[in-house]
Ligand binder design. Structure first.
Ligand code: ADP
Ligand code: GLC
Length: 484
């Protein structure tokens, strides 16, 4: 049975991406569209999308729209265009006052309003289009008020009488907390009592919390993370609320878009290869080393990192482990990433300390991300927590051994290598000893070519395609709609 789905996201790959949320939004909605579902995707018309000069057309009836959030009044219109590489239509919320900015996220005081507006514009547009979604699919804190709006602001409209809501938590570390003085911007009027009262008294409103409280179903991006966020250690203060939702918190591992991430025909790579024909991988390694000016011959274990450089990615473990390793072992490192200054400085410092052995590309580069996935021998993800993580799954397909901490989606997608099988190296304790053990184990395996080849082959055979993972979302939609 095809579904009608209203899908709202702050990011959409490759148009507007800072991380995995963009990849997942794009791949999941395309999967649903291919399946025959009527999925209407709403995303902000960020400046970087506007700069792409896509072929867009204004949607009739959705021009010169006005939205009031407390005392702020915004004008917007909706533009429609096809998602790259697909005929799935995307609906862009064109509101220059909120989205015509250099970055997707800005941290300015109107940040909550930027995404309240996205959520409201999607629901208002759905009404104007007489689109009666069976599923309202919200993602992360940005759109987490969708379920509460549905139950309050839009409850009078029979169009939404059968709509069931779903919130996908991609990362509970970001909750969209704003000051209680902004509460009227929610426009809840007589339903304002549904806002979490103890928080209000404490002077704040937590966006993610309201999604957890009011969505009919809460999903997150791996089964292990679904369990972890119900504990104080990983719940970032929301674990008690998640525990109250019981079975309504479900973990579904993300999939990989193998049209984008496939070493046999990756459009960014200078050489291609497959599980049975690996020579091209060594060629990419050579090209990568030459491009970045490092010496990494076939006998040098080249570690790769592609990451937002933020606290939970575990970059803080590297200073205690990498310098010693680089000093004593035949290994090298390429890192691509941007984020917090202390991590950027650490990586830049490592380049100075080990010239010709370490390369760091500060910034965001889709092309380099593909080169590193293909050219590195092993991929480091020592995350403190990782809701799902995509790069370890890309690494598996590219024959690049993931070296990861056993947490969240990393634990669900990488299996410790032993003689009986396995696809990578996992460590448990989030400390230098744990990571030190993992990199030493990786080096030891690298020095045994036959085992290393077997490890690579095991990884390359894994299938994390959206055909499998998307079907799990469809099952949840069915459950929700069936219960309607
Ligand atoms: P998160 O969403 O927490 O950043 P994921 O592993 O789910 O982590 O997704 C990260 C995505 O963003 C991957 O597709 C990765 O290749 C990409 N990425 C992160 N940093 C960069 C960068 N500096 N340049 C290019 N791609 C990047
Ligand atoms: C978040 C998480 C990451 C996950 C991604 C997509 O950014 O940090 O682990 O893979 O969302 O769901």
């Amino acid at each position: 049975m095809p579904f009608r789905i209203l899908f709202i996201s702050a990011e959409y790959a490759p148009l507007a991406k800072t991380g995995g949320l963009a990849d997942v939004s794009a791949a999941l909605t395309r999967y649903l569209h291919r399946r025959g579902d009527d999925v209407r995707v709403f995303v902000p018309f960020h400046r970087r999308v506007a700069n792409l000069a896509l072929d867009l057309s204004p949607v009739e009836y959705l021009q010169d729209r006005e939205l009031r959030l407390g005392e702020h009044v915004y004008q917007y219109r909706i533009l429609r265009g096809a998602a790259p590489g697909s005929d799935l239509g995307l609906y862009f919320v064109d509101c220059p006052a909120l989205y015509d900015r250099p970055d997707i996220y800005g941290g300015a005081d109107d940040e909550p309003r930027r995404f309240l507006a996205l959520t409201r514009a999607a629901l208002d547009s759905s009404q104007r289009m007489s689109f009666a979604p069976q599923i309202l699919h919200c993602n992360d804190w940005h759109t987490a008020f969708g379920p509460l709006f549905l139950k309050t602001l839009y409850s009078w409209d029979r169009l939404f009488a059968a709509t069931r809501s779903l919130l996908t938590i991609h990362n509970i570390g970001y909750q969209g907390v704003f000051g209680a003085e902004h509460v009227d911007e929610l426009g809840l009027g007589p339903s304002a009592g549904l806002v979490h009262q103890a928080d209000l008294v404490a002077g704040r409103v937590n966006s993610m919390l309201h999604g957890i409280l009011y969505a009919d179903l809460v999903t997150t991006v791996s089964p292990t993370y679904a369990r972890e966020i119900c504990t104080p250690e990983y719940g970032h203060g929301l674990d008690a609320f998640l525990r109250l939702r019981g079975d309504s918190v479900v973990g579904i591992l993300n999939g990989v878009d193998y049209d984008e991430w496939n070493p046999e025909r990756d459009r960014y790579l200078p050489h291609h290869y497959s599980r049975t024909e690996l020579a091209g991988k060594a060629d990419v390694k050579r090209a990568l080393a030459a491009r970045l000016g490092i010496a990494a011959g076939p006998g040098t274990l080249l570690f790769g990192i592609v990451s937002r450089l933020v606290e939970h990615k575990g970059i803080e473990l590297l200073p205690a482990v990498l310098p010693g390793l680089l000093q004593t072992q035949d290994c090298a490192l390429v890192a691509v990433g941007t984020g917090e200054r202390q991590y950027e400085e650490f990586l830049a410092g490592l380049v100075r300390q080990f010239p010709g052995r370490v390369a760091y590309c500060a910034g965001y580069s889709e092309e380099l991300a593909h080169w590193v996935e293909a050219g590195a021998d092993a991929f480091l993800m020592p995350s403190r927590y990782e809701p799902c993580g995509l790069n370890q799954m890309y690494s598996l397909r590219y024959g690049t051994v993931p070296v990861v901490r056993r947490t969240g989606g990393l634990a669900d997608s990488v299996v410790q290598y032993t003689e009986a099988g396995g696809t990578g190296v996992l460590f448990d304790d989030f400390d230098a000893k744990g990571l030190g053990w993992a990199v030493a184990t990786t080096l030891e395996l690298f020095r045994q070519p036959e085992r290393w080849r077997e490890l690579i082959a095991n990884g390359m055979q894994q299938d994390f395609s959206w055909t499998r993972q998307g079907a799990l979302y469809v099952e949840e939609y069915r459950r929700l709609v069936g219960a309607a």
